[in-house]
Design a protein around this ligand. Structure first.
Ligand code: ATP
Ligand code: MG
Length: 692
């Protein structure tokens, strides 16, 4: 076991204050990456090493199983093995299993992870015929109501004021379903995840002997990420404490991202009111990220209701944060994978790289692009795209439709011609049978997630220009197979929610267009602020390299109608404005720092070239200029901004590598199948004219 002093030496003065405040109540309120998690693990280890805490009397609570596992590992390394580090749920379940049989004289109800079957049974009794998506939305609503202490009878009165709704059902009906669900569950002798907390709280509140025994067992409580605690979790914590004050909480109000699920940051901000005499501390230095990342994150919150303590960077400088528009999502994914390959070639382990997205459904384009380049990846917090239930079901149905179409195709006069329209149309028809609609459903939740997954398939079908539905299904099978290779270590693909508390050397936050972030269903200023905080969480995961990007169209060849996220206003350079081609030209030609050495550019010609006089060009500049002229013509013809055709970076790569085949073109970052189809012949012709 390390000496107590040694443990404190690893901390800065403010973190040290947290660690030394071994007696509660203690609250540390601090920004991202300031060492909150580090401070509380060291505090526990210090308490154990100095003999104040018996390890078995400490309960450390975090929000995810992964975070709890990481905390246990850290505590072990710090010599505090034997300390319980658990989620609220797992700590409660353990107590429930232990005390329930003896005190209630019955077996503990069976724990069920999915509510759907019971929600369906409750709906049948109300003569409602819900589809899967509606079932899932009702299930989310049940979860919210239970952690928020909202009973079935109160739901209708409260829902509107809290901005809650379920697509396709009025609030009274949802309230009745909430009650009906509880009845079905009771009849079946089951409990759900929320019941684990509710029943534990009930045991502690009703039975003095149980409460006394639990309180004798645990004397010291620590909670990480306290900004995301729910009313139910807070109530359970109070019961554990039983009026004692030995509690230490840390959190960052600016990272509150679960309000929609019932979390409430006021437990953190109002901690001192509830616990008079609390030691309140602030951590101020950000150890995680470069000054470039820190200042971007600070700017994102400046002047907004989410603004907290300003982060102060202490790490040395790194690369600038980048802001990149892409023509479409395929181009965006391709470019990101290109950069990932560069980082990998430069020695960065793939496990140090993450791509963060707002929605699970967005992972598909990235899974495809990574698989196409054989870059291993792991999806965190969700199933891989082709493993998702609705996607599997859709592919099965499409395969059936393709078989039917193929057998009917011999029948003259049947089946639309095997053109692009045909595949897209047929796909839409099949998915409509699963409840897909051209318009997104209102409201958030599972119904929306499911729609996004199906929409992703519709988009893939729209891209499919090579013939039959059967061909499209084969292509889906290929994608699924390629994306399935299991990996030990790879790039992390995760939603912003699932990235909480984690960190990587390089972070790509992608899909930063209006409608995706803030998500289209974030209605009202509070919901929009939560979206801003989600971006803040994403940005502050980066240690060194932070790349922000968005796609102007969803699909290759689609109209460039999307706008960059409003959260990037004031952050991104004006050269990334989505303006018509003519307006952009002069400004986008002017770089401010040398792309070779990063030095500031002073003269006009230097700026125009994007390279200082000292650095040699890595490509043929005359050729580059001719490519730009060609691009300008094409952009004019297509009435899109020039960078929608190809970015400068892509043109430079073309000028550098002088590809002579389609294969070589495809190997260039920024050129995917659809760009190849549109521009490949032009570019190859221009290069071969050049060579002759
Ligand atoms: P988040 O808000 O994202 O949860 P956090 O406040 O919990 O962040 P930590 O994860 O504890 O921050 O720390 C961020 C990074 O900074 C970690 O890599 C950690 O090891 C490092 N770090 C924190 N404090 C120090 C310190 N005093 N000296 C060196 N490194 C530190
Ligand atoms: Mg943390």
């Amino acid at each position: 076991m390390p000496a107590p002093e040694e443990l404190l030496d690893a901390l800065d003065p403010e973190q040290r204050q947290v660690a030394e405040a071994l007696r509660g109540p203690v609250r540390a309120l601090a920004g991202a990456g300031t060492g909150k998690t580090r401070a509380i693990t060291h505090r526990i280890a210090y308490g154990v090493a100095s003999g104040v805490y018996a390890p078995t009397e400490v309960l450390a609570v975090t929000f995810t199983t992964r975070a709890a596992g990481e905390m246990r590992a850290r505590l072990r390394r710090l010599g505090a093995a034997g300390v319980q580090a658990r989620t609220f749920h797992s700590a409660a379940l353990r107590q429930l299993r232990y005390f329930w049989p003896a005190t209630r004289g019955t077996d503990l109800p069976e724990l069920t992870e999915s509510k759907l079957g019971m929600v369906a049974a409750a709906a049948r009794r109300q003569r409602i015929q819900p589809d899967q998506a509606m079932l899932r939305d009702v299930a989310s609503e049940i979860e919210w109501a239970k952690v928020s202490n909202v009973g079935p009878d109160d739901y209708a009165a409260i829902a509107a004021a809290r901005g809650r709704s379920v697509t396709g059902l009025d609030d009274e009906t949802v309230g009745r379903l909430l009650g009906g669900y509880e009845t079905v569950k009771r009849e079946q002798g089951r409990m759900d995840m929320e019941d684990v907390l509710l029943l534990t709280a009930g045991l502690l509140a009703d039975d003095e002997r149980v409460a006394a025994q639990v309180r004798r067992q645990y004397r010291w409580f620590v909670v990480d990420e306290f900004q995301d605690v729910s009313p139910l979790q807070s109530a359970l914590l109070d019961l554990w404490l039983g009026g004692r004050d030995e509690i230490c909480v840390v959190g960052d109000p600016a990272q509150t991202i679960y309000s929609f699920a019932g979390a409430n940051a006021s437990y953190l901000t109002g901690f001192a009111r509830k616990h008079p005499g609390a030691t309140c501390l602030e951590l101020v230095r950000n150890y995680r990220s470069t000054p470039q990342v820190v200042s971007t994150a600070n700017q994102l919150l400046a002047g907004t209701p989410s603004k907290g303590v300003e982060l102060r960077a202490v790490r040395e400088g790194g690369p600038e944060v980048t802001y990149t528009p892409h023509a479409d999502e395929v181009a965006e994914a391709t470019a990101v994978v290109g950069r990932v390959e560069e980082l990998r070639a430069g020695g960065m382990p793939l496990s140090e790289i993450a791509v963060l997205l707002r929605l699970n459904a967005q992972t598909e384009a990235f899974e495809e692009a990574l698989a196409a380049r054989a870059v291993p990846y792991v999806v965190r917090g969700a199933a891989r795209f082709f493993d998702r239930g609705e996607v599997r079901q859709a592919v099965t149905l499409l395969r059936g439709a393709a078989r039917a179409a193929a057998s009917g195709a011999s029948d003259p006069g049947d089946v639309a011609g095997p053109d692009e329209e045909g595949v897209a149309e047929q796909t839409r028809a099949v998915l409509a049978g699963m409840g897909w609609t051209p318009e997104a459903p209102t409201g958030r939740g599972q119904a929306r997630d499911r729609w996004e997954s199906l929409q992703a398939l519709v988009d893939l079908a729209a891209e499919w220009s090579e013939g039959t539905l059967g061909g499209f299904v084969d292509d889906l099978d290929r994608r699924a197979a390629e994306q399935h290779a299991p990996v030990a270590e790879g790039v992390t693909l995760a939603t912003l929610h699932a990235a909480k508390g984690l960190e990587w050397d390089a972070v790509f936050v992608c899909g930063l267009q209006e409608g995706t972030l803030p998500i289209v269903y974030a209605e009202g200023p509070e919901a929009v602020e939560e979206e801003r905080r989600l971006l803040y969480v994403g940005m502050t995961r980066a240690r060194r390299e932070l790349a922000l990007s968005w796609a102007l169209a969803r699909n290759p060849g689609g109209r460039a109608s999307r706008k960059p996220s409003r959260f990037l206003d004031g952050l991104r350079p004006a050269s990334t404005d989505p303006e018509p081609a003519a307006g952009r030209r002069s400004r986008s030609r002017r770089a401010v720092s040398c792309r070779e050495c990063g030095k500031a550019l002073l003269t006009g010609p230097e700026k125009k070239r994007g390279r200082c006089d000292d650095c040699p060009a890595s490509y043929d500049e005359a050729l580059f200029e001719r490519l730009r002229e060609w691009r300008l013509r094409r952009a004019g013809e297509e009435q899109v901004p020039a960078f929608v055709v190809f970015t400068d970076a892509t043109l430079q790569l073309i000028a550098e590598r002088r590809p002579v085949s389609e294969g070589q073109l495809l190997a260039i970052s920024g050129i995917g199948r659809s760009k190849l189809e549109r521009y490949g012949a032009d570019v190859l012709a221009l290069l071969s004219d050049e060579a002759s």
